[in-house]
Design a protein around this ligand. Structure first.
Ligand SMILES: [Zn+2]
Length: 398
């Protein structure tokens, strides 16, 4: 049934607007009409109709920042950090990201795919209909492309929508720093672009990763190849990375624990999204920008899981939205917008993450009459059905 009218929706968040007693029309995987049931145009009178019987609907959740493809374990590091050893101390010992690089390089393509699929399934059960997946644990061209291929394959297999991002994560310690960068911009990046494996390019600008000048070089090379850009910005120190993203018209600056009000204003002026990663901030004991400051800047805020084996071993987006709400003071409604429409904008996909005419028909039927219920029940996604592109992906029993 590719075209249908959906009625009996007690409450709908588009996510910007709240509509009571709503209806919407799905045609060929997209919304053809959305509004109050009483205003449904007569043209749809003869269409097949589904009655949700008074359940609420929200857009499918969009996770705009994950490092989903990785192998190995960093439980030991997690336990040591809980006892006071810092992230930077572990990185200096060759642990942290480099430990994951070693394990990821050693894992077969099939093994990487299996791990990524298993994690993606957890996100899907928690209401995520689209997610971004970054490379960055390969470092060499061969291994970065292998990670991107796994991410691309995940999206092609469906039903989850996946965008891929080539991430310049760290200079490879096995290679001269200057040579690594030369190779990244002259080989890894063009090859990822040529094979259409990357939808965007990201760089980690931080002490111990790349300098601001190096980050600029990576992002400018990406723009020359026609790829949109973003950055891991202002996480442990204020480097100027957020302003660089704004200057380059990037999709988003992510982290921002050490961002200044001026950084947020620059992002707002450029139309770039400010992406908050609350679990990483909490686990590394860093402050998050506060709601008043975010609102005053006018910046568009997204919230993401930052799923990764080190600083954010989080298998879903709802908990990130809930944590960010508490840690920043954003309202529940604002966190819903941050995990749907704004996150989609951070991926350069303004046709995702909203229930609006023309957008992709990706939505969640809530297990109850109140649309914000899934953001209220911690650890229990109150969702009874997931629909992607107009097709039911799963439905809860009973
Ligand atoms: Zn990240």
């Amino acid at each position: 049934m590719n075209r249908r009218v959906v009625r009996g929706v007690s409450e709908l968040y588009t996510p910007f607007d709240r509509v009571e007693d709503a209806a919407f029309v799905v045609d060929d995987g997209r919304y053809a009409w959305v509004g109050p049931a009483a205003a449904l145009p007569a043209d749809y009178a003869g269409w097949p109709t589904i009655d949700l019987g008074g359940s609420a609907v929200i857009p499918g959740l969009v996770d705009s920042h994950t490092h989903l493809v990785w192998a190995g374990s960093r439980v030991d590091e997690y336990v040591r950090r809980s006892a006071g050893v810092t992230y930077q101390e572990i990185a200096a010992e060759g642990g942290g990201i480099l430990a994951t690089v070693e394990a990821t390089r050693a894992m077969s393509d099939a093994g990487l795919m299996m791990l990524a699929r298993r994690r993606a399934a957890a996100f899907q059960r928690g209401g995520v209909t689209a997610l971004e997946v970054k490379s960055g644990y390969g470092l060499t061209t061969e291994h970065e492309l292998r990670m991107l291929q796994a991410a691309r394959r995940l999206g092609e297999d469906g039903p989850l929508r996946v965008t891929t991002t080539l991430l310049a994560h760290l200079p490879d310690p096995a290679e001269d720093r200057e040579r690594f960068l030369d190779r990244f911009v002259s080989e890894t990046l063009p090859e990822a672009a040529r094979q259409r494996l990357a939808d965007a390019v990201d760089v980690f600008i931080e002490d111990g990763a790349f300098t601001l000048a190096e980050g600029r070089r990576v992002l400018e090379a990406a723009l020359e190849l026609g790829l949109p850009v973003k950055a891991h910005a202002e996480q442990f120190s204020n480097s100027g990375a957020a302003k660089l993203v704004a200057e380059l018209g990037g999709l988003s600056a992510d982290h921002l624990e050490r961002a200044t009000p001026e950084d947020l204003e620059a992002l707002a002026a450029a139309g770039s999204v400010a992406t908050l990663l609350p679990l990483a901030a909490l686990l590394l004991r860093a402050p998050l920008p506060q709601a008043a400051q975010l609102r005053a800047s006018g910046v568009k805020v997204a919230i993401a899981s930052d799923h990764n084996p080190g600083s954010s071993p989080l298998f879903g987006l709802l908990p990130a939205l809930q944590l960010a709400g508490v840690a920043t003071g954003l309202t529940v409604h604002e966190t819903l917008v941050a995990g749907t429409a704004n996150a989609a904008d951070a991926l350069g996909r303004p046709d995702w993450g909203r229930v609006q005419a023309g957008a992709a028909a990706d939505y969640l039927v809530v297990n109850g009459a109140e649309a914000l219920l899934p953001l209220y029940t911690w650890g229990q996604p109150s969702i009874k059905e997931m629909v992607i592109g107009g097709q039911t992906v799963w439905r809860a029993e009973g």
